[in-house]
Design a protein around this ligand. Structure first.
Ligand SMILES: [Zn+2]
Ligand SMILES: [Zn+2]
Length: 286
């Protein structure tokens, strides 16, 4: 599995040299994550209850209640920070401060994880500021540290989720928003969860963020240089989502990687006044 992912990263590096630096960081972290085997406990519970909840739009878990292996996540958090701070980066000192903080204050990592999962950006930003680290870097470390747990969880629960009957724009597993979409071999639109990586079917002419299905207000623009890549936008809520058409895209990579190497499309979307994700449109109990 790891070798396959690494080979894909290498291929993508060739294809998009401008993303070489970002991809090489990503590649090193994939290697770090590989030898972690998180222990996750999940009991599916009553099928009827699960189905009723899903019909009402409740994901299997809320982000705050996701069962993750805290021990594995914490140790990875430190390893990712340690690794990043050993690279020649401008924010090396800040990363070192964060590492020291994480190693000496037992609660710090848990607070960062909790803030991230609860989408408590104020706390997450304040924590990054404490060590003068860019908050997107802290978010990246947190996401990477959680990844093996979430991958394991996804494998455990995917049988308990009925893909066909979920009709919402947020993830049936964790309630997060999609970060990318694709058209499968049949032209069906699938959304990919920004947090847990779960994929689910969603209508093509409907905004996943505000559920608007008025075709007058929905549109897309295509990438000039790459076939099968486009940005679907909604003029009602001003959100957009990048989409890869697997029927025509040349040797597509996993969506997570595609997301990373299509930042030029995000820039184009921003220039046209669209925002990446309509804040607050994921599932929340609020
Ligand atoms: Zn999810
Ligand atoms: Zn919308």
């Amino acid at each position: 599995m790891k070798d396959e992912v690494l080979a894909q990263i290498d291929r993508v590096m060739q294809k998009r040299p401008m993303y070489r630096e970002a991809l090489s960081v990503y590649r090193e972290i994939v290697v770090l994550l590989e030898d972690v085997a998180p222990a996750i406990e999940y009991a599916p519970g009553d099928k009827k209850v699960r189905e009723t909840k899903a019909k009402e739009g409740f994901p299997l878990f809320s982000r705050e209640d996701l069962p993750v292996d805290l021990k594995a996540t914490t140790s990875l958090f430190i390893r990712v920070l340690d690794h990043l701070s050993s690279r020649k980066r401008e924010d090396r000192e800040a990363l070192k401060r964060a590492l020291k903080r994480a190693q000496t204050d037992g609660q710090w990592i848990e607070r960062a994880l909790t803030a991230f999962l609860a989408r408590d950006e104020a706390t997450a930003d304040a924590m990054a500021q404490e060590v003068s680290l860019d908050s997107t870097v802290l978010k990246f470390v947190t996401t990477m540290a959680l990844k093996p747990s979430l991958n394991t969880l996804r494998g455990l629960v995917s049988g308990a989720i009925q893909r066909g009957s979920w009709e919402y724009g947020y993830c049936p597993l964790c309630g997060s928003r999609p970060d990318m979409a694709y058209f499968d071999e049949q032209g069906k639109r699938m959304l990919h969860c920004e947090l847990c990586g779960f994929e689910w079917n969603y209508p093509r002419i409907k905004c996943p963020f505000c559920e608007n299905s008025d075709s007058e207000e929905l549109g897309y623009f295509s990438s000039q240089d790459e076939e099968g890549l486009r940005v679907d936008f909604c003029k009602k809520c001003n959100a957009y989502i990048k989409t890869i058409d697997l029927r025509v895209a040349e040797a597509p990579a996993p969506l997570e990687l595609e997301n990373l190497i299509t930042l030029h499309l995000d820039m184009l979307a921003h220039e046209q006044g669209f925002t990446p994700l309509a804040e607050g449109h994921g599932f929340s109990r609020g």
